[in-house]
Structure formats: structure tokens, C-alpha cells
Design a protein around this ligand. Structure first.
Ligand code: ASN
Ligand code: ZN
Ligand code: CA
Length: 336
């Protein structure tokens, strides 16, 4: 016999959060019957197998300290729950594969592992603990949303993970990872347009900066003809920058300043044109519809322009403010 139970936990990043857990014969399992039975296991620093599902006696999970092995389990399970709710409540998507089945999480994978990744094979997430010197564990909420979005992409447009389509695949994960962070509005992990800002022990830095991608020293702010040669985590900058400009504009309230591109400045956006954002919710609806209806495995940046314009037409009409903003934001990153 199994029954959904209302628990609470304290994560390392997320702080005190509500968790829906599974009560079986007097023991609580870190498994959520209300979200496709998504669950979280402890790999105990191993690298093979599925680990052991976390259990608890009183349904009050962990304490926010890394010395408690369940603390990171709370963050991972919370990340899965918020990502599930975001896709369900905002986009009407019933789980990553849209079939009501929750993915599972494996935490404490290997030792000092500085990454997290989605696997289509196991339909599961894997999180490293980080090296503990430069990096924290890799299950902050934006990273969780980023990684699970790889699963959504593979079951929709299936953007090939190299070249321009690979940059769009990565950007899709950064976009929805960020939208998940905004959806949660967790005071312990304030939403922003940085990716992985919570991963750094020092408290400064980020893996990527959507509003000004080249702040990382490697990502492209703007489109250029040989962009497909960049690593997909850097070519993504073009579409991340597009999305920021579409949602927030060049000087949105409370937002970092973002600049538009001028020809010949592929890595540095130095233009001065000003754009007005349409807001996160319309921008995310446009990207989701483009991803799930119009993009294919070989979509390029130019193709993404076409796909998002079609999506904006469907949602808001040709010539609408939103349609015109999509065109202007792509042009601002030199995708014409
Ligand atoms: N964390 C990396 C990413 O999602 C791992 C990978 O799958 N390339 O981009
Ligand atoms: Zn990724
Ligand atoms: Ca972030």
C-alpha cells in the first residue's frame, strides 16, 4: 500500500520546501505519486546502477547541510517537482515525455564530479557533488530545469546536439531552466538570467549569462557565419541573447542592461538600438510552441527565427506587438 503524504525538507539551495512523498508501510520514500512517481536515489559516490531511494522516518527531510546525504536529495526532488509543475501549469505538458511519467534523479554520483546530465536512455537525471572547492553540488534549480529540458527537447524538436541545432538545443535548456527558476520564485535562490550562479563556492560567477553571453569569455553574443564551429554551450549565446531581448528588452525594469549587435562584432554586442521586452510569459510561450510545433532536428538559427515568428503568429497574430518583437530581437543578434 502506498499513499501520497505531505512532507517538508531543507535543501542546500532551496531551503525549507514542501515535498510530496510516498508512505509505504510506515516509511516515507522520496517519491512523488502526484508527479508521475518521480523519485530520487542516493548513488553513495558510485557510478553504476540506480542507487537507493532516499527514505525517512518522520517525513521531515534533511537539514540543509551537506553532511546530511539527503540534503542534496531534497534539492533534486524539489527541482523535479518545480520543473514538472512549470511544464504542466504553464505549457500543459504532462511530464517530460508528456505521458504522465516522472523522471528520476540520482544524486551523489561519483566523487568530486563537476557536472549534471540528462539521459534519454534511463529517462533520468544524474547530479555530481562538485569538487567542494570551486563548485557546490550541481543540482541548483536552474541546472535541474536545464537538464530536464534536454529530455523535453529530445521528445519534441529533437534538435541534433552539434552545430547550430546544438546551440538551439542548449539555449532551449537555458531558457526553460531560467523560466523554471522564475516560476519557483524561491527566496533562497533568487531568479535571474544567469545559469548555474549558485554552483560557485565563492558566491560569484555563473556558467552562462543570457543577457550578455560573452561575459563568460567564450559564448557568442551575436550570430556569424561560422558559429556552428563553436561548442554548443557557447553558440547557444545567440539564442539566449535573443530570448533575453525578447522577454526583457535592452533595459527592462530590474534587469541587467543588454546590448544589441553590430555587424562584425560577433562576440561583443556593442550596438545601441533599444528594444522593449514583451515579458517572460509570452516569450516562453512563443519558444515552447516553436520548439514543439515548428523546429526539427536540423533547425538553424535562421530556422529558429522562422519557427518563432510562426509561433508568434499562431499565438498573437501577424503584425502583433509580440510578432514584431520576435523579429526585432532576432535582428538584434544578427539573425535575419
Ligand atoms: N551539463 C551538460 C549539459 O547539459 C552536460 C551535457 O549533457 N552536455 O549541457
Ligand atoms: Zn545542456
Ligand atoms: Ca539562474
Amino acid at each position: 500500500h502506498t499513499a501520497a503524504a505531505n512532507g517538508t525538507g531543507t535543501g542546500y539551495f532551496s531551503g525549507n520546501v514542501a515535498l510530496t512523498t510516498d508512505l509505504v508501510s510506515g516509511t516515507y520514500y522520496l517519491r512523488d505519486p502526484s508527479r508521475g512517481n518521480t523519485y530520487t536515489t542516493n548513488m553513495s559516490n558510485g557510478t553504476t546502477g540506480n542507487g537507493t531511494v532516499f527514505t525517512d522516518a518522520d517525513n521531515v527531510w534533511a537539514n540543509g547541510l551537506l553532511s546530511n546525504t539527503a540534503t542534496i536529495g531534497v534539492d533534486a526532488q524539489y527541482g523535479t517537482a518545480v520543473t514538472w509543475d512549470y511544464y504542466k501549469n504553464v505549457h500543459g505538458r504532462n511530464g517530460i515525455a508528456n505521458n504522465g511519467v516522472g523522471a528520476y534523479n540520482r544524486v551523489h554520483y561519483s566523487s568530486g564530479y563537476n557536472n549534471a546530465y540528462w539521459s534519454d536512455t534511463c529517462f533520468c537525471m544524474t547530479y555530481g557533488d562538485g569538487d567542494g572547492t570551486t563548485f557546490n553540488p550541481f543540482d541548483s534549480l536552474d541546472v535541474a530545469g536545464h537538464e530536464m529540458t534536454h529530455g523535453v527537447t529530445s521528445r519534441t524538436a529533437n534538435l541534433t546536439y552539434s552545430g547550430q541545432s546544438g546551440g538551439l538545443n542548449e539555449a532551449t535548456s537555458d531558457i526553460f531552466g531560467t523560466m523554471v527558476e522564475y516560476y519557483a520564485a524561491n527566496a533562497n535562490d533568487a531568479p535571474d538570467y544567469k545559469i548555474g550562479e549558485k554552483l560557485y563556492k565563492s558566491g560569484t560567477g555563473a556558467l552562462r549569462y543570457m543577457y550578455s553571453p560573452n561575459l563568460d569569455g567564450s559564448s557568442a553574443d551575436c550570430y556569424y557565419s561560422t558559429i556552428a564551429n563553436l561548442d554548443v554551450h557557447y553558440s547557444s549565446g545567440v539564442a539566449n541573447h535573443f530570448f533575453f531581448l525578447l522577454a526583457e528588452g535592452t533595459a527592462g525594469a530590474g534587469m541587467p542592461t543588454s546590448k544589441t549587435c553590430i555587424t562584425g562584432n560577433k562576440l561583443k554586442a556593442t550596438g545601441t538600438a533599444s528594444l522593449t521586452g514583451i515579458g517572460r510569459s509570452p516569450a516562453a510561450k512563443i519558444w515552447y510552441r516553436a520548439l514543439t510545433v515548428y523546429m526539427t532536428s536540423s533547425t538553424t538559427f535562421k530556422g529558429a527565427r522562422t519557427a518563432t515568428l510562426k509561433a508568434a503568429t499562431d499565438l498573437y497574430g501577424t503584425g502583433s506587438t509580440q510578432y514584431n518583437a520576435v523579429a526585432a530581437a532576432w535582428s538584434a543578434v544578427l539573425v535575419n
